[in-house]
Design a protein around this ligand. Sequence first.
Ligand code: KG4
Ligand code: ZN
Length: 327
Amino acid sequence: METHGKYGGVVPELASREHLRAIVPVVREALAESGTRLEEVAAIAVTVGPGLVGSLLVGLTYAKSLSFSRGIPLIAVNHIEGHIHAVILEARRGGSPVEYPALALVVSGGHTHLFEVLEGFRYRLLGKTRDDAAGEAFDKVAKLLGYPYPGGPVIDRLAPLGNPSAVRFTFAKMKGNALDFSFSGLKTAVLRWVESHDLAEEIAARRAIQREYPQATIEQWAAASPQQTLDLLASFQHAVIHELLTRAASCAEGMGARTLIVSGGVACNSGLRKAAQAARLPYPVLFPTPGLSTDNAAMIAAAAFPKLERREFAGLDVAAQANLTLA
Ligand code: KG4
Ligand code: ZN
């Protein structure tokens, strides 16, 4: 975050450089902390996509090198399947395994997708965003208003201070697949609202805070946010949550889902978690603990586990795929 924050988003070249710098010490530390030696590891799970190709290549090349030099089998994992398995892993561990068919709402900086999850981990894509991902909308709205990157966590903390019904945002009716999402219209509506409310001065003040205090606290951001702006943030977040939950609920009903899985960075959002509880849906709605909601390695290992049982190993020629799909 410190590396990318200055630029208001992830810079691909810096991301791969940081991966390269961190990968050896991180793997060593993980082994040390878990008291495991590499010789005891049954397989090496590695993300092959989707994502930034430079970062994928660092992980994949390192995993292949370990696999080749130590004779440990390699398992190729789809990043999105990892997000879904973050929930499956925790549900199993908590003693109440996920019941299928499940509906998975994967909602992150790069994805807003609805997948049907069938027994045996087979997936069917039911809907997706046609433009921005929900996390991307959080990030863009935050940036537009002078808040730091990533925008989701800041807006999440500030939204409860505002009135969610102060600004009415409406969503255009979807042509085609009714389960698709679209967030670019909402982003534009926020931009129009900002332009017509004379916020230039407060936005400049917040950008100055970012430069002066790279580690500014939530209290600092709250103090730099007039009530009208807090109301805007609350209304924006409310609109995103409403959109995510109504589409997911109607999709779940349509397919007869027995579980709703919500995962990905935006699943950290406390307003989304509260609204999902309050909706009293007729099936369990499962979120990962916040640490497993955003990108992490445990979810990749969890997604690899069924493949290990099936001995579904990857060859050393497996390639990184920036645009890999799950279904
Ligand atoms: O899953 P993730 O860590 O990385 C991707 O695969 O994209 O998700 C990152 C995204 C960012 O857009 C970030 O703003 C958003 O998740 N995010 C949140 C929250 N925490 C992270 N969005 C809303 N509320 C949050 N608390
Ligand atoms: Zn992710």
